[in-house]
Design a protein around this ligand. Sequence first.
Ligand code: HEC
Length: 140
Amino acid sequence: MRRVLLSGMSALVLLTAAPAWTQPDPGLNIREVMLSVIAPMTNKLWAASDIRSDEQWLELEQAAMTVIAAGTVVAQGGPDGAYSEQAKNADWQEYTQQMMAAARQAVRAIQNHDEAALFTAGNEALYPPCENCHATYLPR
Ligand code: HEC
């Protein structure tokens, strides 16, 4: 009886300790989000030049929006919450917000079909938070 009660309580502790957004199957871990979502999408933004067609602008807009969407997951410490402790740190939140704001700045440049502004958003705003967060949090 006591055992049952105890294990019930520890299950409760686990449930309340887990962030509300954690799903039974998180699908991806943060490294996979970085490698398969954030890196390829930011590479598209960084490589953009001589943009001519509406299709190219649309693709870039989708890439920037995807970075913003992935940022909401990074802000929570990854889909599986493996970095949820780190995500409580102010600097983690700051780098994530900077990345998302930079991607939003890229969206505005893209919507204005302003290649120079896109270049600035990519190099001056989007790149530094990647480097800064990795300098502190990349496992070595
Ligand atoms: C808030 C922190 C944070 C930000 C911002 C961030 N990353 Fe990451 N990134 C990580 C962490 C943590 C890992 C390592 C995950 C692991 O291996 O457990 C990682 C891993 C990676 C990896 C894989 C490295 C490897 O070989 O293991 C790539 C590529 C990457 N990030 C790209 C980017 C790019 C590009 C940006 C910016 C647009 C970015 N990241 C922004 C935290 C961040």
